[in-house]
Write a protein that binds this ligand. Structure first.
Ligand code: ADP
Length: 541
């Protein structure tokens, strides 16, 4: 017997149509570069995204051709999220925090001929314009300034509207989006999302046990739209009819909190460094943002330390921990408490919340180590491998990267985890960040999470440093809260009740700030470089 269902392709165009038809009144709110508020509705998003699609088509953009964006988070970037794939093009988001040399590498590798850019980012483009081949630069002219020679104003470009637009025949396996991994490990690698992957991922992250996105939600991705499609939220929100609120380039905690409070935001997603700054602002301004109580905070991209979770809860914010990768469209797991965990006492509840959560529907997981597949017992560690319809099967044009996939078709995440009997993932490290001491592994993530619970500590990262006797030993790089001090002895005494003695850091380096990657994560490679010649007997302060 054969199934009798229709075989309708799953496409981004369907998401835009639903947003425009069912939820034309849903608001999209953005902060402009001058901090003023730009506000319109799905009806306009729908019309303008189709106008962009029509204009791209008229300009000769072919099916499967990448169209690059270099923009902050705002409504016009959202138009590009839909207009480019609807034209049959591939939304190729460029990370504006990368060094121009990396941007040159990526543009050269992906080969977009058209770029849509914020006027405020033109100086960045000027730094590498003559090193890339771009035929068309379309400028979102917020400041109404003069444009560089040959550039087109975005409003002029889309002015003709959707007249004459013939929707291309899209197949669900066609390319719709292209993101490069931020390159914490090696050269950036391109992940090409299909229409189908984006649609399935949008459904999966909207589910009640995942992010619970509905037409009653108001969502702000603080995570940039150039970083793994802002974790897929712009697509999911449009599909569900949720209000979207965008911070533009104003990412400091006070501006963010103002916007959440004014716009009644219900869900915000960002990396831990964003949330650390938000907690500081809340501590310093008690009572200033009453509507932020009850906000759902998705923390992902790096491990959420227990101290951060506790501080958010103290401020009435409801944290959810999530794990993902550019290669997984990108959300792979989100924490939510199974009913049987309702009886956990408060401290155990926070410790549980520090786990990376349950795999999403359609994401299969397994843990593999030297002995084969590890049992889900909460203790056996190994590499997390994943498989599913929104997991990448290869990198774009990167023939030497086959070792990231197993011969039986699983993606090797490079993350070292244990899974418990309930299916919760607990990540102990990235393979390359593990510290190998005397033949045994030490988890840098567990140590730094604990250190960040110390009252004197603002931020901390633990790295492996070569050691003549033990191979590697942990060094704790610590940024202190103003007016505080911390000695190695104090730090070790603080950690001692929670870790085996040989896990305790043998060195502490006080730093002004932990360096960050272009996506706001702690950048351990810079610390490893800075402290690679550490001599173990030099004074620690
Ligand atoms: P990059 O590899 O350039 O950092 P990604 O944003 O794709 O780019 O990063 C994915 C990685 O981020 C994961 O493999 C994992 O190591 C880390 N990560 C993501 N979410 C979490 C989390 N909640 N806890 C710990 N690590 C995380």
């Amino acid at each position: 017997m054969r199934a009798t269902m229709m075989d309708v392709p799953l496409t981004v165009a369907q998401i835009l149509e639903r947003a425009g038809r069912l939820f034309p009144d849903t608001e999209i709110v953005s902060r402009r570069p001058d901090k003023s508020i730009h506000r319109y509705r799905h009806a306009e998003l729908h019309g303008r995204a189709l106008a962009l699609a029509a204009a791209l088509q008229k300009a000769g953009v072919k099916q499967g051709e990448p169209v690059a964006t270099l923009m902050w988070n705002h409504a016009v970037h959202l138009e590009a999220y839909f207009g480019i794939p609807c034209a049959g093009g591939v939304l190729h988001t460029l990370n504006l925090r990368l060094h121009p040399n990396d941007l040159v590498y990526i543009v050269d590798h992906a080969g977009p001929r058209t770029l849509i850019i914020d006027d405020v980012l033109l100086p960045l483009l000027a730094e590498f314009r003559d090193r890339v081949r771009l035929d068309r630069v379309i400028v979102v002219n917020w400041g109404k300034g003069a444009l560089p020679e040959g550039a087109v104003d975005y409003e002029d470009f889309i002015a003709a509207g959707a007249a004459g637009y013939v929707p291309p025949e899209l197949d669900e396996t066609d390319a719709a989006g292209l993101c490069y991994t931020s390159g914490t490990t090696g050269k950036p690698k391109g992940v090409v999302y299909s229409h189908r992957a984006i649609v399935l991922h949008s459904l999966a992250i909207s589910l009640p046990d995942v992010l619970s996105i509905s037409h009653r939600s108001a969502v702000m991705p603080v995570v940039p739209m150039f970083h793994a499609n802002a974790w897929g939220e712009p697509f999911a929100c449009a599909m569900m009819g949720a209000k979207q609120v965008f911070p533009g380039a104003h990412l400091d905690a006070v501006n963010l909190l103002d916007l959440w409070n004014d716009e009644g935001v219900t869900l915000v997603s960002g990396v831990p460094t964003v949330w650390l700054a938000v907690v500081r602002a809340l501590d310093e301004n008690p009572g200033r943002w009453p509507r932020v109580k009850g906000l759902r905070a998705l923390i992902g991209g790096a491990a959420a330390p227990e101290g951060l979770l506790r501080a958010l809860i103290k401020h009435g914010i409801d944290p959810a921990h999530g794990w993902g990768m550019t290669e997984i469209t990108p959300v792979g797991a989100i924490h939510s408490f199974k009913r049987k965990l309702d009886t956990l006492p408060p401290d155990a509840r926070i410790a549980h919340l520090a786990k990376q959560g349950l795999p999403l529907p359609l994401v299969e997981t397994r843990v593999v180590n030297d002995s084969g597949e590890a049992p889900w017992d909460g203790a056996s560690v190994g590499e997390l491998q994943v498989r599913g319809p929104f997991v990448a099967a290869r990198y774009h044009n990167q023939p030497d990267s086959g070792d990231r996939w197993t011969s039986d078709g699983w993606f090797k995440t490079g993350d070292v985890v244990a899974m418990d009997a309930d299916g919760y993932i607990k990540l102990s490290d990235r393979t390359k960040d593990l510290i190998k001491s005397g033949g045994e592994w030490i988890s840098s993530v567990e140590l730094e999470n604990a250190i960040m619970g110390h009252p004197a500590v603002a931020e901390a990262a633990v790295i492996a440093v070569a050691h003549p006797r033990w191979d590697e030993r942990p060094l704790a790089a610590v940024a202190l809260k103003p007016g505080n001090s911390l000695s190695l002895e104090d730090l070790r005494a603080y950690l001692a009740p929670h870790f085996a003695k040989w896990w305790l850091p043998d060195a502490i380096a006080i730093v002004d700030q932990i360096p960050r990657t272009s996506t706001g994560k702690f950048q351990k490679s810079v610390l490893r470089e800075r402290f690679k010649d550490w001599t173990w007997d030099i004074p620690t302060r």
